[in-house]
Design a protein around this ligand. Structure first.
Ligand code: UGA
Length: 464
């Protein structure tokens, strides 16, 4: 046990709060630095400033044991740190450029308090080459070198604590042996899985994560490559769902069978309304931009983004077709966050869906278990339960696959609806349960709902 190792986490957003709470959980002494007064007050009271399963428990536990503290003053805590984690946002600065201003001002605020022997670890997704720039910039300002280790995060919102404490792999990009040792020491219980799980596994043993030690540049590319793969897989399966739709096949059967190929695997093959969130589109845009800057044509990365945008519009068109037009219709949208188990609305396909339905003349009423309003859509009424959303609706549309929507009371919804359409944009509803309530089921790329297309000459588009 190395309770004496002191870790500072600069920036307590989605990533930093998870990093701080999780390191405290494995007996590191952690101080989280957050300059936003409101967020800081919440953190100090043991509450994450956003919805993330298990995180509040970790925060309260860490605070109560004295392993975790929060402050707004980097100056007072940086001198005593061994390892300084940068967990600041690098939002889209437009045109595929990352906005590095938060990182730059954080560097400027810590530089006067740094001392030799410390190590800076970057967890934020930064443009390729940014870690070299940070290391050089610190050396220039401080007058001595502080090594930078690139340690990309692979945390999924909704399971971020689990992903941090029990990862598939830990990637460390470092060119300084001593710095690497310090970071390895911080991660040791995670690498060896020598602590008790918060939620015990139903079966089997917790596998030890892989450790990848590499150059900083390779670590940076790993992160962009991973997100590009994941986004591309979902774009591809969504495109195939459109083909299934056109030819009367069932995307869920197709995806399951494709995923049984051990070279492909079953994950990230769920067709639906398209991918979203703060990471995929931003990261792919940055990668494409940096590829182009280097003379590389990012054909697939850009196609994945384009296909996602097209697919989201295609779903709106399907709903419009199923309703015989959207003008004057009332639609209940279930789910607003970009995926379940988070209140994050950034680049949410569900929000875009609501916006497009409204723009086409529909009245939209929405529900989400974790979202009470959508600031960028002030005209959108958000109600406290799914059945209230369904009152007088021509259609209910499942837009985000929160688990509770799979158990929705279809009979209660049907009783208050004006129309009969239950549109399942995430393919999670049980068609029989929907139909038993007298509603008309419509999914994405699911069999038995379309006819084979015919060519312009009247021939079937299938065969010779
Ligand atoms: C993603 C990556 O999964 C993390 O590894 C990474 O650390 C993170 O981005 C990041 O760069 O910070 P996240 O954005 O939280 O995590 O969400 P995902 O679980 O990856 O889902 C992204 C989107 O794809 C969601 O809109 C989700 O609904 C959609 N999706 C995912 C599908 O439509 N189908 C699938 O099969 C899987």
């Amino acid at each position: 046990m190395t309770a004496e190792q002191r870790i500072i986490v600069i920036g307590c957003g989605y990533v930093g709060t998870v990093v701080a709470g999780s390191f405290a959980r494995i007996d590191r002494h952690v101080v989280g630095v957050e300059v936003d007064g409101e967020k800081l007050a919440r953190l100090r009271s043991g509450q994450a400033p956003f919805h993330e399963p298990q995180l509040d428990v970790l925060l309260r536990h860490g605070l109560a044991r004295g392993m975790l503290e929060f402050t707004d003053s980097a100056a007072t805590v940086v001198p005593s740190a061994d390892v300084i984690f940068f967990c600041l946002a690098s939002p889209d600065g437009g045109k595929g450029r990352a906005d590095m201003s938060q990182i730059e001002s954080a560097i400027d605020s810590i530089v006067p308090h740094l001392r030799r022997g410390q190590v800076v670890v970057t967890k934020s997704t930064l443009p390729l080459g940014a870690n070299d720039w940070i290391q050089d910039h610190i050396a220039e300002q401080a007058g001595f070198a502080v090594p930078v280790v690139a340690n990309p995060e692979f945390l999924r919102e909704g399971s971020a604590v689990e992903d941090f404490l029990h990862p598939d792999r830990v990637v460390l990009g470092a060119d300084d042996g001593r710095a690497l040792d310090l970071v390895l020491r911080a991660y040791r219980p995670i690498l060896d899985q020598t602590f008790e799980r918060i939620v015990p596994l139903a079966r089997g043993e917790q596998p030890r994560p892989e450790l990848v030690v590499t150059s900083r540049r390779s670590a940076e590319v790993v992160k962009f490559a991973a997100n590009s793969f994941l986004a591309s897989r979902v774009s591809l399966i969504n495109e195939i769902s459109e083909i299934c739709e056109a030819y009367g096949a069932d995307i869920d059967v197709v995806a399951a069978a494709v995923g049984m190929d051990s070279r492909i695997g079953p994950h990230f093959l769920k067709a639906g309304l398209g991918w979203g969130g703060s990471c995929f589109d931003k990261d792919l845009a940055i990668l494409a931009r940096q590829a182009r800057d280097a003379g590389v044509e990012p054909a697939l990365v850009e196609a994945a983004r384009r296909a996602n945008r097209t697919h989201r519009r295609w779903v709106v068109d399907l709903i419009g077709d199923a309703l015989g037009g959207l003008e004057g219709r009332t639609v209940a949208v279930l789910g607003l966050s970009f995926k379940p188990d988070t209140d994050d609305l950034r680049d949410s396909p569900a929000v875009e869906l609501a916006e497009r339905l409204m723009a086409a003349g529909a009245v939209v009423r929405a529900h989400d278990p974790a979202v009470a309003k959508v600031p960028e859509l002030p005209g959108l009424e958000v109600v406290p339960d799914p059945v209230t959303a369904a009152v007088d609706a021509d259609a209910i549309v499942l837009a985000t696959d929160w688990r509770e929507y799979s158990r929705i009371d279809f009979a209660a919804a049907a009783a208050v609806m004006r129309g009969r359409l239950a549109f399942d944009a995430r393919n999670v509803w049980d068609r029989a349960a929907v139909e038993a309530a007298g509603l008309r089921y419509r999914g994405i790329g699911r069999a038995d709902q379309t006819r084979l297309p015919r060519r312009a000459d009247g021939e079937s588009a299938v065969g010779g």
